[in-house]
Design a protein around this ligand. Sequence first.
Ligand code: TXA
Ligand code: MG
Length: 358
Amino acid sequence: MTVDLLALQEAIVRLQQGELVAIPTETVYGLAADASNPLAIEKIFRAKGRPSNHPLIVHIAAPLSELDEEAKQAAWFDLITPWARDLPEEAMRIVAAFWPGPLTLVFRKDKHVLDAVTGGQDTVAIRSPNHPVAQALLRRFGRALAAPSANRFGKVSPTSAADVKEEFADLPELLILEGGDCPVGIESTIVDMSSGGTPILLRPGAITPDAILRQTGVRVLGQESTAADHASPRVSGSLKAHYAPNTPLRMYTPGAIQDCLAEYPDTKSRVAVAVWESESDSGLSQISHGEIKEVAIPFSSAHFASGLYRLLRDLDAQQWDLILIPDPPAGQEWDGVRDRLQRACFGSGPSESSHNNN
Ligand code: TXA
Ligand code: MG
């Protein structure tokens, strides 16, 4: 991907002036501001309509790739320590294996980190995005960027520049850096390393606890072994309703579509049914129903994640009465998409009738 240097320059000027800039990352687009400027941070919360106790991720530049391993580790340490303290030794192993990449690590925060960034908590979430435009911006700007996903609070994250434009149609002056479609497609995995003890998975994503164990020997405790709901929203995606489309969305057990449709007699007219591409000749046409459209989806967790938010946005725009998506299979590599789908189902539907707490 070629980086538009003029656009990058304009972005830097805006960030220096305390303005917001939407940036591409490998996961989803982010709404970025200078992480050290409290007035700029405030603008993020205002633009998103997000409660101010929801902490943001601090995005940092990566060391130059030509450094040898030892110099690179030292450079990572120097990039992280202005933000975090008490880094456990395991953290540097995880950084070496997965950064830059779709993995956010939570540490105890340095005292200089703004309360507005951490939601007043004594921890800070950090990641280095693996995207050429984001990295070019971070290097040239020379400072860290606080950035949540560039969507309205509770809505589906944007995975293209056009999605961001649509989300923030009422902010026509917002600069959106073009970076193509986000290849990962769902938000980063979040692992909490702040206790000094066993790291804890806070949000599943493309990088699984199994992958971390395999590549670093570090064991990450899954969510099922931790308290299900934090009293305060440490991870805003941990609110039950999140990532939600406006069209009612339900998950179905493959082979039991009929049961699922029968449960929603009031929405029987126009239904979009996602079907694993390997099972796309699933006999849907024999179901008597108002209108059913079959949409083939890839039976690979990475490919499915990559297109998930695009699919939800596109189907949402087509104004079906109901969207049905098959239950993903068991297994850690599907946990990220299953988590997003479950939340999307819970919060889906027109906002006045949904459970969403936007
Ligand atoms: O892939 C991503 O992580 C994207 C791209 C733009 O980098 N960002 C993203 O940001 O998903 P956001 O704000 O939509 O979600 C970040 C999550 C939030 O749910 C927040 O609660 C959690 O990270 N988080 C931030 N700081 C935290 C902390 N100190 N402890 C626990 N969770 C934290
Ligand atoms: Mg988000």
